[in-house]
Design a protein around this ligand. Sequence first.
Ligand code: HEC
Length: 209
Amino acid sequence: MLLKKLGLSLGVFLTIAASVTGLVIIPNWQFQGHQPMRKADGTQYPLPYFGEQAKGRAVYIDQGCIYCHSQQVRMKGYGADIRRNWGTRRSVPRDYMYHRPHQLGTMRTGPDLASIGHRQPSATWHALHLYDPRITSPGSNMPRFNYLFTEMRDGDALPVGAFPGDVIKIPPQFQNSGITQLVPNERGKALIEYLKALNQSFPLPEAQQ
Ligand code: HEC
């Protein structure tokens, strides 16, 4: 009886110890001593998100993009991530040193976004895609995030705070009810800045094997 209890307690202890080691101790150890690196152009990688990018990251979180998108590229031999062009290399802990909370995600209803800013740097593309994914990606089942934009008809005045350069033309075949143009609102603009900043293309040395 005593032996059985002992065995059970030991089992419980080992289960908890293994999880804490695998999920807390080893990841923390992997982060230790990580420093950002200097790129050839003098800028630093990785960079903390600030300003518009930080605001956009909050929008990404509150809109639940993580329920359909991961931000982690697996190494060669662990799936087709690199073949699918989701990244030029695998993701490593240093990529996330300023991500709190990180947005690694587990669901991949849509493509991985770890390096979407590298793959798709166009703000206009992102605006049209977020407004209605079917414009840029026929057959897409991503939901619309049209409330991140002000819709404009020909002749409408610019929304307060917007510049003429912010206006995006909707391709004629997707114009509805006279709405011909879009202007991202504050949250839309910030989200697009964040997406453009997602870029893991810098060849960190530990990601080369
Ligand atoms: C219900 C699932 C779902 C949600 C929620 C969702 N997406 Fe998507 N997303 C998809 C699917 C499916 C695709 C692939 C088809 C396409 O390009 O539209 C995609 C594609 C994308 C792409 C293009 C990726 C590429 O490689 O071309 C971007 C960028 C993107 N989503 C951003 C977002 C952002 C930002 C949010 C949150 C505001 C979001 N998605 C929310 C399902 C989703």
